[in-house]
Design a protein around this ligand. Structure first.
Ligand code: GLV
Ligand code: GLV
Length: 323
């Protein structure tokens, strides 16, 4: 019997090939680079045994009800799972696959790139070269901040946070602070000091957010948080936009409370082109491209497909989210 699978977006061919070859899926794909409209998602998922979704699809009770009792597995093309209503999914006995590990190095690389681009003002520099602002070599022009001798604070030393710390240390970082629910033995590798959030925020020259979005971390970076940061410090977020109160961040950046911010994630996504943050020279915003290398997206596609098939056949998933 063919099992119905709904795929909410065009994904790299690696994963589609795996699903086709398996020969047990009746595949229905929202064949577009744009998100599936909600009404189409509700229609497409009806009667499905498997759902392959993206972080831009909100999978809540309404979607699960629209799917009906056949639904056995949700496989998300992401490591983050804040778009999934986990309680509702668990209640219905549905299994969840996701893509940890395979995007860790790629996302850490992007975080380092964003940090350096923000701290050394690369987008501003590029802009000046193009618009004629580069008149001569100037001692006081486009000065920023460096990592050498600095204190870096990582909020959430998980897989990605640790990979970021490992990459930043060789730049001559003097102290590596981190916060989280508990101290991590792996932190020894980067001489990480487990400190209270307040200490991290007050003492870091670079504050890097790498935690998952949960009720505990939602809005964590707010007015109080930014008010404790040094005026010369840089804020970087490559986790989820909702960890940050963006109005408070705008205020901190425009008043000079902090030096600059680099964001790969925002609320909403995409950020409207008339958003106040985009008027600021000291705010570098990227379009959520942390895991965006050809090779990593290919591997994510394979893993997402293999998780889905394992869920359909009731076998062990390569990466199952423990609910
Ligand atoms: C990207 O943000 C992901 O969760 O994979
Ligand atoms: C910079 O190019 C220098 O020579 O100091």
């Amino acid at each position: 019997q063919m099992l119905k699978v709904f795929v909410t977006r065009r994904i790299p061919q690696e994963g589609m090939k795996i699903l086709q070859k398996a020969g047990m899926c009746n595949l229905s794909v929202w064949d577009s680079d744009e998100p599936v409209p909600r009404a189409e998602l509700l229609k497409g998922v009806a009667g499905a045994h498997g759902l392959l979704c993206l972080l831009s699809d909100k999978i809540d009770a309404e979607v699960l009800d629209a799917a009906g009792p056949n639904l056995k597995v949700i496989s998300t093309f992401s490591v983050g799972f804040d778009h999934l209503a986990i309680d509702e999914i668990k209640k219905r006995g549905i299994r969840v696959g996701y893509t940890p590990d395979v995007l860790t190095d790629t996302t850490a690389e992007l975080t380092v790139a964003l940090l350096l681009a923000t701290a050394r003002r690369l987008p501003e520099g590029v802009e000046e070269v193009k618009n004629g602002g580069w008149s001569t070599w100037k001692p006081l022009w486009l000065c920023g901040y460096g990592l050498s001798g600095s204190t870096v604070g990582v909020i959430g030393l998980g897989r990605i946070g640790l990979a970021i710390a490992r990459r930043l240390k060789p730049f001559g970082v003097k102290r590596l602070l981190y916060t989280g629910r508990q101290p991590k033995p792996q932190a020894q590798e980067v001489d990480g000091e487990y400190v209270p959030l307040d200490t991290l925020v007050r003492e870091s020259d670079f504050v890097v957010v790498s935690c998952s979005l949960t009720p505990d971390t939602q809005g964590l970076c707010d007015k109080t948080f930014f008010s404790k940061m040094k005026k010369t410090s840089i804020f970087i977020n490559t986790s989820r936009g909702a960890v940050v109160n963006q109005e408070d961040l705008f205020e901190a950046l425009s008043s000079g409370q902090i030096a600059a911010a680099g964001l790969d994630v925002t609320t909403p996504e995409p950020l409207p082109t008339n958003h106040p943050l985009l008027t600021l020279k000291n705010c570098v915003v990227l379009p959520h491209i942390g895991s965006a290398t050809y090779s990593t997206r290919g591997v994510m596609s394979e893993l997402t497909a293999n998780n889905l098939l394992a869920g359909l056949t009731g076998s062990e998933m390569p990466s199952e989210l423990k609910l």
